[in-house]
Design a protein around this ligand. Sequence first.
Ligand code: BG6
Length: 478
Amino acid sequence: MIHDFKLPENFLWGAAISANQAEGAFQEDGRGISNIDLIPHGQQRMAVKLGNITHPKILSSEYYPSHDGIDFYHRYKEDIALMAELGLKVFRTSISWSRLFPNGDEREANPKGIAFYQNVFTECKKYGIEPLVTLCHFDIPMGLIIKYGSWRNRKVIDCFVRYADTCFREFSGLVKYWLTFNEINIVLHSPFSGAGIAFEEGENKNQTIYQAAHHMLLASAMAVKLAHRYSADNQIGCMLAGGSFYPYSCNPLDVWESVKKEQENLFFIDVQARGHYPSYAKKLFAEKGVHLIIEDGDLDTLKTTVDFISFSYYASRCVSSDINNKVINDGNVVRSVENPYLQASDWGWVIDPLGLRITMNQLYDRYQKPLFLVENGLGAKDVVEENGDIFDSYRIDYLKRHIEAMKDAVEDGVELMGYIAWSCLDLVSASTGEMSKRYGFIYVDKEDNGSGTFSRKKKKSFYWYQKVIRSNGTVLDI
Ligand code: BG6
């Protein structure tokens, strides 16, 4: 089929990393320890991530991949030069909160932390690359977790607002695209990595999670207001771990299950995009035994809504009212039943380009605000040939099919600001802590156990994406 649909000229092509998966230098220049620094690579990883270890500690017997990341902290100039060669218009990264506020609740920010990010963003500007910055990408200072129990305590809202205020002031003129919380809905599935929440024995988990989320939503709305106060140029969005929940069959029971799962998943961005709790909140709270403590003024605060809806898309999900005799796909943190129509990656994440078009149409129909696809990519094992080449044609194939589906969605009428691939460079996997689950256009010589030279190498997909960007998405073949 000839497909001559053209994306708008100002379409924002980009690629992403996050501070916690890339920077390393976890104790350098005054940075404080954050939740991610306590999540080991080994067997305890899941228990810590899920918040099932009440007081996690750094143990000398474990390896913690965030401690050295991919050493972006020291190599950012070399990396940004490669991004410029790739042709990126946008570079998405996040700020490590504990680099600016080592314990999270200081009155003044750490000047060395500010200087680092000013240098990074200035380097981007030198090449005409626009930064897109997430304030909180799975990265909470341990000081706030130890002292206040993280987001379960309202005091953390003030700390976050001070941190956001510092960012808008110190990086003004350098950054205009912002996101508040990365994949805010992941707090439901991975509470410690998502929101710094480790549970006490016998605690009502749902109560803690939704109360913490209420505080995060307030903090997010306050940050949006502040961003607008600092500059009319600032555009600030929410961020969803996207992917529609298909019903396993047309049995109305399955369809109803999918409606409920969609509501649970979109709950947080419903608030961020519409400025109030959704109509189904009361029932959802009752079913989950949640009694939300809402203080005077909170509902007014929530009325400040985001400018755009950003989301990640890797896979669709599938749900059934009866999971007996169904294969469960728990390759991803969001549980799903196996969809017999789809193939999966080596890590069990289903590959569903049409699902991206479906998700985009659903999100745009629901919110009628511009969308921004800020993560999409394939985690795969790469092989470095003897001559140093890396032929990652599987990654190109995945990205190509998803970009086509994205273009179809734009042609359907969806307003889309840009496409950001995950990831720019190989980095530490958020779910598994592995390096071998590689996403980048740029290979990083580091193994799962932390060994390697950390040197960078362009993959075949680097040259392919360069052509995609140059042609504004019209040349997608290899
Ligand atoms: C998203 C996160 O969930 O998916 C990223 O925002 C993460 O931080 C990405 O890396 C891919 O997931 P994973 O677990 O394969 O690294």
